[in-house]
Write a protein that binds this ligand. Structure first.
Ligand code: NAD
Length: 472
């Protein structure tokens, strides 16, 4: 049993003022594997005060100094990759191939921020003015459990590249990963107060950070409900906010698609990260003329995508992160059946033969309409909805008939046609015939999937404010 007792403030590991101990679970066994001591509002205030004090000196550091810090952070996180991989499998239940990607991405994303910083023009002329991009100040960074370490690293690296200071509220359910990041940041020898980390509950520590007048910026990744609450509490002090929220992304299988390649991509997009991915393609839109053929190919592919022990290399889908999340997903499967959709494969309960672990049967609904709950709400589990369309125009209309706009996928035999369809989907990113992540491109949502962008210079500018200086 690991006990995580410290938070990280002003360059030191400190015992929090908060005294609540929170259980950490292994979702594959349902066993308690550790405990984390949670900070409280006092701890958040201390971290914000440390950050505020560190900001003036840090904001004056040179590009080269900050690049050197980012490079040390990247190296320190890379040295911890195996340890982080273990923590991700144990505490989150990600299948090993996914966990390896997540562990590696946690240091790669810091390298990406350093590369952006190397080239970014902080000063540029505008008429008779000189425009200087200035760091915003103290940034509150709040992360979810579905990729906690990489979100901490990505947000922190972008904030630091801009010259901002961070107070981080990680997911309380991911404390093993957070501990590894804290130790790596300490080893990287950052100036005290530049990166502060307070484990704690969202409605306590997170709420304090998002309301505090000394915090200039919030970057949040998580649910829409919490994103809205953060925006409301940020409004009083007019904080800048970046919100990366949920999705109900469409995968359009065009009528010219070769199902032998399209269906494996569609199923992988839907079940990505065990279905606990904001970018999962959870609505699969298929031509009505090929519905039966698509259904057969999908059933075959889902059978080849087993849910099980995340440590088994054959496992494609791991357990849900918590009992609560498992129940939530089961509730959506029930709701889909009640609303008249047909279970093509899967259904309620654990996969056959599984007696423990928060595992869900990989489930696909068919005979579904886009107005059903399973097609409108983010389920955040391995549950997909197949929706037939008559022609390309209707496919695009269904794809866009959602309050969300994070991601989209187009699968086709004709890439040019795919790109043309992609450009009509209202989403921050659309992938055509690929699932490859492009870290150099902006990431974020249209509509209710969020506000602002992360990654590349778009992500850096989320921590900067332009100042125009005109000398007469
Ligand atoms: P969540 O919104 O419940 O929690 C996210 C974080 O916010 C946690 O650290 C939590 O403690 C904190 N929080 C909770 N209440 C708060 C409050 N009142 N004030 C401030 N902070 C508070 O989300 P989750 O369940 O951890 O993650 C799943 C959600 O995240 C899904 O909706 C998913 O789509 C979304 N997500 C989005 C992206 C993206 O980039 N768009 C990426 C990953 C996950």
């Amino acid at each position: 049993m690991q006990r995580i007792e410290h938070i990280y403030i002003n360059g030191a590991f400190v015992t929090p003022h908060g005294s609540e101990w929170f259980d950490l679970f292994n979702p594959a066994t349902e066993e308690v594997i550790g405990q984390v001591r949670l900070g409280d509002a006092d701890d958040a205030r201390l971290a914000i005060a440390a950050a505020k004090a560190a900001f003036p000196a840090f904001s004056r550091t040179s590009r080269e100094q900050r690049m050197a810090m980012l490079q040390r952070m990247e190296a320190a996180m890379a040295a911890r990759e195996d340890e982080l991989f273990e923590a991700i499998v144990t505490e989150y239940g990600a299948p090993v191939s996914r966990a390896r990607w997540m562990a590696a991405y946690s240091h790669q994303v810091i390298g990406e921020a350093a590369a952006t910083l190397a080239e970014y023009p902080f000063e540029r002329p505008a008429g008779s003015a000189l425009v200087v991009m200035k760091p915003l100040g103290v940034a509150g960074l709040i992360t979810p459990w579905n990729s906690n370490a990489s979100f901490i690293c990505g947000k922190l690296a972008a904030a630091m590249a801009a010259g901002c200071i961070a107070v981080i509220k990680p997911s309380e359910m991911s404390a093993l990963q957070t501990q590894i990041v804290m130790e790596a940041l300490h080893e990287a020898g950052l100036p005290p107060g530049v990166a502060n980390i307070v484990n704690g509950r969202g409605d306590v520590v997170g709420a304090q950070i998002s309301a505090h007048p000394d915090v200039a910026k919030i970057s949040f990744t998580g649910s829409g409900a919490v994103g809205r609450a953060i925006m409301r509490s940020s409004a009083d002090t007019l904080k800048r906010v970046t919100l990366e929220l949920g999705g109900k992304s469409p995968t359009i299988v065009l009528d010219d698609a070769d199902l032998a390649t399209a269906v494996p991509l569609a199923v992988s997009a839907g079940f990505m990260n065990s279905g606990q991915a904001c970018i999962a393609g959870t609505r699969i839109l298929v031509p009505a003329s090929r519905l039966a053929e698509c259904e057969a190919a999908i059933v075959e592919q889902v059978r080849a995508t087993p849910a099980g022990d995340p440590r088994d290399p054959a496992t494609a889908i791991g357990p849900m992160v918590s009992a609560r999340q498992w129940q939530r997903v089961q509730g959506y499967i029930r709701r889909g059946i009640e609303e008249g959709a047909r279970v093509l494969i899967g259904g309620e309960g654990r996969p056959d033969g599984m007696t423990r672990g928060w595992l869900v049967k990989p489930t696909v609904f068919t005979d579904a309409r886009n107005d059903m709950t399973i097609a409108r709400e983010e389920i955040f589990g391995p549950v997909l909805t197949l929706i037939p369309y008559r022609d390309e125009a209707e496919a695009i209309a269904i794809a866009n008939d959602t309050p969300y706009g994070l991601h989209g996928y187009v699968l086709t035999g004709d890439s040019a046609r795919g790109a043309r369809v992609a450009s009509q989907i209202q989403a921050g990113r659309v992938l055509v015939n690929t699932l490859t992540h492009e870290p150099k491109a902006p990431f974020g949502g249209f509509k209710q999937s969020g506000i602002g962008r992360e990654n590349s210079h778009y992500g850096l500018e989320a921590y900067l404010e332009p100042q125009a200086i005109v000398v007469g």
